[in-house]
Design a binder for this molecule. Structure first.
Ligand code: GLA
Ligand code: ZN
Length: 677
């Protein structure tokens, strides 16, 4: 990469779709980008039909012009491959690219993210396009990243997929007997004698809408789990094929695709391994808690061992697809941009640069609004942030976050925990994770996320909320971790099943009874509006969703239930194993409980907040060998103050602080205090 094209600051820009506009407007876009401090655009996200007008011809003339214009204006490019939506002619000529939805509906041409991931036609032409793009633009050294497709997602159950699924199953299990065993097909006499009898899991086969709450469930979790794995793998294969094609021409340019936050459909942990860096699109609802985007920033950062990620998209003002499209209040776009950086992003990028004139995103805001000039509140806020990011320069780039706490977030576990009918419709994996995450977030304690397959040895505390699935080797890893001095905390509905959702026999939680020092005999579902309770350090807290009725087998009880026939039996326990400690909470409690309980555990383990700060003032720390950057983010609508520990300088204002000084923040204000090591 040529010297002038090296990344020397937090990249600032976003999705730019000039092909949707007449060329006269492009020059004006460049002028406005200059005013706003924009230095990167993501090009070519949905452009396939222009680039390939028919099966036989390609036409890059317009994209050439755009690429040249952008380069002349010293703007870097995140180059998308356009394969997130196929052209109409392709659907007409090759209907095998059209998806079949889980209810059996065969799609026609329309919408986006609409191609069957196992269609040979789709794969052939997607790879051809990626390859042609890479070959054509390989010498544009302002390309700093490749962006394959867009927000991979959805599912397909068509005949291409059925065929590929059979192969996937054969590769995983080898023999039909092993398949029958894994899927527990002796139930209801569902035994398969031949791989050809295997069909996708959908609403025409094993899946159904639960009559209680309408949510999708399945009769055979083993089949549906494997189909979900297979669907995620099929799309990942599409990503890998395009990546491979690109790498032939530009081996040194990193390749990514944009994730969507807590998106259940794809095993993002598995995907991240195939990506050079990870990126995501952050669109919190207007009433989201400040911890919601923070949690996913942390998930994303952790997927690549803590390396910086990209904030690929956020709206500068308003999102069109929420129930109520509330404006981001003054200062909020800036605050959320710094929150992304505070959690490890090395970019701030928007969807999109110019607001579209027609179709379904015309009410989604953009850096340049329909009025078409720089005189909007949003444009001014974007420009002001552009100025600040120039000021920061390269200081923060590449710095990392040092977390002592890890929370297990595992996609396969997520799928399995919510697939069965029972034990309660209130089972919600992400909400269980967030109960613990929130408490740590509110105390400004840094958190990494790990999958059930990751190494946990470096953490002082590992929390595994509702880790329903005990994958092979997981219990042994935890046993060793605890014996070596680790602290492990887990909760109800954990350790019940293996990878195929078969119950691990011998009493719950299967292979973890010795680790926890308890045997859970049965679990009582608590309907909304009712509650059991327990007392912890003199205060009564609710016990909701499920109440495990358990027996101590080595652990000591910390609290017991207050009500029901199991009153007086343990709900919260502590076990010593080797040099470590294990806590088990056999129920779901309140935010107040998690705040208190986790504060106690962290104190015991000498895990400290970055700084002590008032509620809704978030503090994180990114560091490198020379410096620590303390991000102080005031999410409140009123001013706030935080006392810092060591002397430093605010890199946004140049203001110098002595040790123990107070940092004053306006409503929604941000300070980044740099402290030498
Ligand atoms: C997603 C997509 C974009 C756009 C935005 C709108 O993140 O990737 O193409 O549709 O949503 O919020
Ligand atoms: Zn398909």
């Amino acid at each position: 990469m040529a010297e002038q094209n090296k990344v020397k600051k937090i990249l600032y820009g976003g999705d730019y779709n000039p092909e949707q506009w007449p060329e006269e407007i492009w020059q004006e876009d460049m002028r406005l980008f200059g005013l706003a401090g924009i230095d990167i655009v993501t090009l070519n996200v949905f452009n396939w039909a222009n680039l390939q007008p028919s099966e036989e011809e390609y036409d890059f003339s317009k994209l050439d012009k755009i690429m040249n214009l952008v380069r002349e204006n010293n703007i870097k490019v995140c180059m998308a491959t356009s394969t997130g939506a196929h052209p109409a002619w392709m659907a007409t000529r090759h209907p095998d690219i059209l998806r079949v939805e889980k209810d059996g509906m065969k799609r026609r041409f329309g919408a986006r993210h609409n191609s069957c991931p196992n269609s040979p036609t789709y794969r052939k032409y997607a790879v051809a396009l990626a390859s042609k793009l890479a070959e054509r633009y390989k010498d544009y050294d302002n390309i700093v990243a490749w962006h394959v497709s867009n927000e991979f997602g959805g599912e397909c159950v068509c005949d291409n997929c059925a065929k590929a699924f059979r192969e996937w199953v054969r590769n995983r299990y080898g023999t039909i007997d092993k398949v029958n065993e894994a899927w527990n097909t002796s139930f209801w006499g569902h035994r398969f004698y031949d791989f050809d009898e295997i069909i996708p899991s959908d609403f025409r086969s094993e899946e159904f809408h639960f009559y209680i709450d309408g949510s999708p469930r399945t009769n055979f979790q083993g089949i549906t789990l494997d189909y979900t794995r297979f669907n995620s793998d099929s799309m990942l294969e599409c990503f890998k094929l395009e990546k491979e094609a690109i790498k032939k021409y530009t081996p040194d340019i990193p390749v990514t695709t944009n994730f969507m936050g807590w998106y259940k459909g794809l095993d993002y942990n598995k995907w991240a391994k195939e990506m050079d860096f990870v990126s995501w699109d952050n669109y919190p609802n207007w009433d989201a808690r400040s911890s919601d985007p923070a949690s996913f920033h942390d998930v994303i950062r952790s997927m690549k061992g803590g390396k910086p990620f990209w904030l690929m998209e956020q709206t500068p003002g308003v999102t069109n697809w929420h129930m109520y499209c509330r404006l981001k209040r003054p200062g909020v776009m800036r605050l959320m941009s710094y929150q992304a950086i505070a959690h490890g992003s090395d970019t701030v990028m928007f969807f999109q640069m110019r607001r579209s004139q027609g179709a379904c995103e015309k009410y989604h805001s953009a850096v340049i609004d329909h009025v078409g000039n720089e005189n909007t509140r949003v444009f001014k806020e974007v420009s002001e942030l552009g100025r600040e990011l120039n000021l920061i320069g390269d200081q923060i780039l590449g710095t990392t976050i040092n977390s002592k706490v890890a929370i297990v977030a595992d996609w396969e576990n997520w799928w399995a925990a919510e697939m069965s009918a029972g034990p309660t419709v209130l089972i919600n994996y992400i909400s269980e994770i967030m109960a613990y995450y929130n408490a740590l977030f509110n105390q400004n304690i840094a958190v990494d996320f790990v999958s059930a397959d990751d190494d946990i040895s470096k953490y002082s505390l590992v929390i595994a909320p509702m880790l329903y699935m005990n994958k092979t080797g997981y219990d042994e890893k935890v046993r060793n971790y605890v014996k070596n001095g680790g602290c492990y905390l887990t909760s109800y509905f954990s350790g019940y099943v293996d990878e195929n959702d078969r119950v691990l026999l011998g009493g719950y939680p299967g292979k973890q009874k010795d680790i926890l020092g308890v045997w859970v005999e049965e679990s009582d579902a608590i309907p909304p509006g009712e509650s059991n309770s327990f007392i912890y350090k003199g205060t009564e807290y609710p016990a909701d969703i499920l109440c495990d009725v358990m027996h101590l087998q080595g652990a000591k009880e910390i609290s017991t239930y207050e009500k029901e026939f199991y009153a007086g039996t343990p709900v919260l326990t502590k076990n010593r194993l080797g040099n470590g400690t294990v806590y088990y909470l056999g129920t779901r409690s309140s935010d107040e409980f998690y705040a208190t309980f986790l504060r106690d555990i962290c104190q015991e383990l000498y895990i400290e907040p970055v700084l002590n700060a008032p509620r809704e003032v978030e503090v994180t720390c990114r560091e490198n060998e020379e410096n620590r950057f303390i991000f102080i983010l005031n999410h409140k609508d009123t001013a706030s103050e935080v006392r810092i520990k060591k002397a430093g300088v605010d890199i946004l204002t140049g203001k110098e602080y002595n040790a123990d000084d107070i940092v004053k923040l306006d409503a929604k204000g941000v300070a980044i205090v740099k402290i030498g090591k």
